[in-house]
Design a protein around this ligand. Structure first.
Ligand code: ZN
Length: 150
């Protein structure tokens, strides 16, 4: 178990240091901002939706390692999916980080996102991990108000 934890830790550090899909998305047609006042994490999610498909996605942000790594992993996970699939993945991810479902029901779909399972032991960190997902949800649904984790 500790080897797995170390691997997870390395992946989080890697995604925090070298976030994927980082920066303004030039042809974005949706955009939303999110803020986690508990930790001070800020994120902006850009989406290029084509009908109901996430053609492209990027983010910008400033915050703790968990929030940045989670945003980076989220962009990789939802790119190319339909909005409905991305929402379903958000449900799974939420269940993963809160521990509300047994892992055996999740691991198939959750893939690499499993690296963030450890935050369930730190309830205040759950908000850091879900901020990008809440913000993606708001961007996909064109909600103008900033996403808040509170
Ligand atoms: Zn945070």
């Amino acid at each position: 178990m500790s080897e797995l934890r170390e691997l997870y830790q390395e992946l989080i550090v890697d995604h925090n240091k070298n976030p994927r899909n980082y920066g303004v998305l030039a042809d974005a047609n949706r955009r939303a901002e999110g803020y986690n006042p508990l930790c001070g994490d800020k994120v902006t999610i850009y989406l290029h939706l084509d009908d109901d498909q996430v053609r492209d996605v990027s983010f910008e942000g400033a915050g703790c390692a968990i929030s940045i790594a989670s945003a980076s992993l989220m962009t990789q996970a939802v790119k190319g999916r339909t909005v409905a699939e991305a929402e379903a993945l958000f449900q799974d991810f939420h269940a993963l980080v809160t521990g509300e479902k047994p892992d055996s029901e999740l691991t198939e779909r959750i893939g690499k996102l499993a690296v963030l399972a450890g935050v369930r032991e730190f309830p205040s960190r759950v908000k850091c991990a879900t901020l990008a997902w809440h913000t993606m949800h708001n961007a996909a649904h064109g909600e103008a108000a900033p996403a808040k984790t509170e």
